[in-house]
Design a protein. Structure first.
Length: 165
């Protein structure tokens, strides 16, 4: 295990829009084939767009911290008509991986789902992203066999995983 700093998770509000913008753009730059959006698209967002994404009525946005450094991010929301929370925007900074950041972020989404009366959390993982798949399976997710292409690059397939909370 690298480092001795403890991972903490901080849930964000609209006033934290600059923090969310910075970590989200870093995630899109680092892992463009993992997300349904693109760096070019989200670089065009203005303050109002970022604030809207952090409105608690729209779901959960949280960051992982090592000390005071933001080293990861995750989101959760319930699409209209859905019967489950959807875990989205998961990312850990490459130099901070292996320190439990992903586990802490997943745990926070699962806790948020329970706090809000949801019994199921779903997510999509891109084909070939074995580290992410292992992280999610380690945290109770299992494959559904349901698949769909990634919006930002339809040549990449994704599979839905599910977890009962």
């Amino acid at each position: 295990m690298r480092g001795t700093e403890t991972v903490t998770v901080q849930r964000l509000t609209p006033d934290d829009w600059q923090v969310w913008r910075e970590v989200r753009l870093a995630a899109l730059a680092d892992s463009p084939r993992a997300y349904g959006s693109s760096l070019a698209r989200e670089e065009r967002f203005g303050e109002a767009d970022w604030r809207a994404r952090l409105d608690p009525a729209n779901g959960l946005s949280a960051v992982a911290l090592l000390g005071e450094r933001v080293v990861g991010a995750v989101g959760g929301y319930t699409p209209a008509g859905a019967d489950a929370v959807l875990l989205i925007a998961m990312w850990a900074h490459p130099q901070s991986r292996g320190r439990g950041i992903g586990d802490a972020l997943v745990a926070d989404v699962l806790a948020w789902a329970r706090e809000n009366g949801w019994s199921t959390v779903r997510l999509r993982v891109a084909d070939g992203n074995l580290a992410a798949r292992r992280l999610f399976e380690r945290n109770g997710f299992s494959a559904t066999g349901e698949r769909e292409p990634l919006e930002s690059d339809p040549t990449i397939g994704t599979e839905f995983l599910i977890c009962r909370v």
